[in-house]
Design a protein around this ligand. Structure first.
Ligand code: GDP
Length: 460
């Protein structure tokens, strides 16, 4: 695949007051386009590549701005094409005028993500790396940045290529054996089967790392539920370290859901404080509002990755606790036994009856005890046994491709084990290989590329 080739230009930095604004252009002839308006010691197209030079940009006889400019040769630039960057003064005006000077000279305004798309089309980066660029730009934590950085540096691509290579050589062995099926003995079948299952296992390891990367990138949504007055809002505030949720001692105060984002150990956790899970029969207007709240909290649980059930240590379990527990346990759920600063009336045995939770913690929103442990429990529930330092930025597309590849490799191992159908195993392994190739964007359809790159910002 080759890039379109026309010269595209865009402002690569955010608009607004800033020290510097960068306008970039890419495509054959982009330096010549800059020659039309850049006035330095020499035309930019004659300057040494990758060296910043000082000059002015001029519109006719009017000097628009004093700038630094640099040109990149084809094969040695972000896009892989000949390109140019003009570093103007920040703010809205200089960059806008500079962009106009490019378009006056025949460049067209770049589409979102078009520079990165060209980098992909010129073969400088693969699709996994291109998507990692977006991960780096959007990273909100060091852990997320590191996981995107690893993918951008090509660690994911290298691992995928390695696994592809394993599948290809296994496939070559199977195809050679297919020519003389009668000569294939049980030991050889066993070797093929164990090679297929070993590659499948390695794909699963990579998949786990990608899931961690995806969790870091997307964050998690945690619905906080429990009977009215258990201390859900207080606990949410204690975790956030602020008074984001309204706390009162009147049951049923949180009638709508309330979202707030907590960053913990590099993971973005959206806490959703839901209305109390009290079954209300709408008699008064206030009850109608509360029953809408209950409906919303059910929806909040549906939309959450997991739940946090808050129980009140100072009061016996009520029907409302069981209603809330049943709703929470539709997802993996953590149990926080709140108000542990007061005399506890709840025994472990009673709490067992509430159901199976991934963790049970005794906390006090009021005293702040156990709150950090609770945040850790949320983090551990989200991450499983994986460490964020294993994370590899991935999108849903990549994770599905890996899941499918692992599945096909596993099936091939089974087929090589008992029915011993070399042809079936061969086509399963071929499909596994195709999934891995699709991850890197080999033979990607144009509409998939459009979908991916349109989510980028202009100028990237
Ligand atoms: P929600 O209806 O579940 O959101 O409960 P709130 O957060 O509004 O709290 C209900 C009442 O319990 C308020 O009066 C809080 O001050 C009180 N409360 C919340 N957490 C604790 C706690 O850990 N200890 C004690 N003693 N009181 C608490």
């Amino acid at each position: 695949m080759r890039p379109d080739g026309d010269v595209i230009a865009a402002v690569a930095t955010a608009w607004g007051d800033a020290a510097v604004a960068i306008v970039r252009a890419s495509g054959a002839g982009s330096a010549a386009r800059a020659d039309n308006f850049f006035r330095g010691a020499r035309p930019l197209s004659l300057e040494t590549a990758r060296r910043m030079v000082l000059g002015n940009i001029s519109d006719g006889s009017e000097v628009v701005d004093q700038v630094l400019a640099v040109r990149f040769e084809r094969g040695n630039s972000y896009t892989g094409e000949e390109s140019v960057e003009i570093h103007c003064h920040g703010g809205m005006s200089a960059a806008r005028r500079c962009l106009e000077l490019f378009t006056k000279g025949g460049a067209r305004i770049a589409l979102p993500g078009e520079f990165t798309k060209r980098a992909f089309l010129s073969g400088r980066i693969d699709l996994a790396q291109a998507e990692a660029v977006l991960g780096v730009i959007r990273a909100r934590s060091d852990a997320e940045l590191a996981s995107s950085g690893r993918a951008l540096q090509g660690e994911l691509s290298a691992r995928v290529s390695e696994l592809s290579g394993e599948l290809t050589s296994l496939l070559a062995g199977i195809e050679a054996a297919m020519d003389f099926p009668d000569d294939v003995d049980a030991a050889e079948y066993a070797d093929f089967a164990s090679a297929a299952s070993e590659t499948g296992r390695k794909i699963l390891v990579l998949l786990e790392r990608c899931r961690v990367g995806m969790t870091l990138q997307n964050g998690v949504r945690v619905a906080i539920t429990g009977k009215p007055n258990a201390g859900k809002s207080s606990l949410m505030n204690a975790m956030l370290g602020s008074d984001r949720a309204i706390v009162t001692d009147i049951p049923g105060t949180t009638r709508d859901t309330l979202d707030a984002v907590l960053m913990h150990r590099g993971l973005s956790v959206t806490l959703v404080d839901t209305a109390g899970m009290r079954e209300s029969t709408p008699e008064s207007r206030a009850d109608v509002i509360e029953s809408i709240g209950v409906e919303r909290s059910r929806n909040a649980i549906k939309g959450a990755d997991f739940c946090l059930l808050v129980a009140d240590a100072s009061s016996s379990l009520m029907d409302e606790d069981f209603t809330a527990a049943a709703a929470a346990l539709e997802k993996p759920a953590i149990l926080a036994v709140n108000k542990s600063d007061l005399d506890s009336v709840l025994t472990d045995g009673e709490l067992e009856v509430l159901g199976n939770f991934t963790a049970r913690l005794y906390v006090s929103a009021l005293a702040g005890t156990g709150v950090d442990d609770l945040k850790d429990a949320i983090f551990e529930t989200a991450m499983g046994s994986a460490s964020p330092s294993d994370g590899m930025m991935a999108t849903g597309r990549m994770v599905s491709a890996l899941e499918e590849a692992a599945c096909r490799a596993g099936e091939a191992a089974v087929v090589l084990g008992t029915p011993r159908r070399l042809d079936v195993a061969g086509s399963l392994l071929m499909e596994a290989g195709e999934c891995l190739s699709s991850l890197l964007g080999r033979d990607a359809a144009e509409d998939l590329l459009d979908e991916i790159f349109s989510s980028f910002c202009i100028g990237k």
